[in-house]
Design a protein around this ligand. Structure first.
Ligand SMILES: [Zn+2]
Ligand SMILES: [Zn+2]
Length: 159
């Protein structure tokens, strides 16, 4: 009876004794951690959100998906951020060079989502300053889906 002999051998001293519910508890802990990560964005995303709230009026759109974003830590320092739509986003700060992500990219990505380019002046404005043209408006100069900023409308572009 070889099998019986093997099972009768004492466990190796370094072999940890498995507890009855140990395995299940472990899986539960991992699941909880994963869930926590899903529910709470990483720290740099939260900092990027904060940066946007603080400096949204100082953000400058340079065109061609490029933004000038305040560093957030050093006064007067701004970074050029390129928000990737089909390619990867990039920032010239040292954090991005190390981690491939940074608060400035998060900041500029939010700014891009919250703004649109006016079809009349070609400048980027916050959505709150933009009016979209609909078929019902019956405008002759613009097509449905075109976007006009408040300034252009004030100067008679809505026609
Ligand atoms: Zn950066
Ligand atoms: Zn405009």
């Amino acid at each position: 009876m070889i099998e019986a002999e093997f099972s009768a051998l004492p466990a190796h001293p370094s072999t940890p004794v498995p507890e009855e519910t140990g395995g299940l508890e472990h899986i539960g802990t991992i699941a909880a951690k994963v869930f926590e990560q899903l529910a709470q964005p990483p720290a740099y995303v939260l900092r990027g959100l904060g940066l946007f709230e603080m400096y949204r009026e100082e953000l400058e759109y340079l065109g061609a998906s490029k933004w000038l974003v305040p560093s957030g830590t050093k006064p007067d320092l701004k970074y050029e951020v390129r928000v990737g739509i089909r390619r990867e986003s990039r920032c010239e700060c040292i954090g991005f060079a190390h981690h491939k992500h940074c608060t400035h990219v998060v900041d500029a990505t939010i700014a891009r989502r919250k703004s649109a380019v006016c079809d009349s002046c070609g400048k980027r404005h916050w959505w709150s300053e933009i009016t979209e043209v609909f078929e019902d408006n019956g405008l002759l100069d613009w097509y449905p889906g075109d976007r006009l900023c408040r300034v252009c409308i004030r100067f008679g572009a809505w026609a």
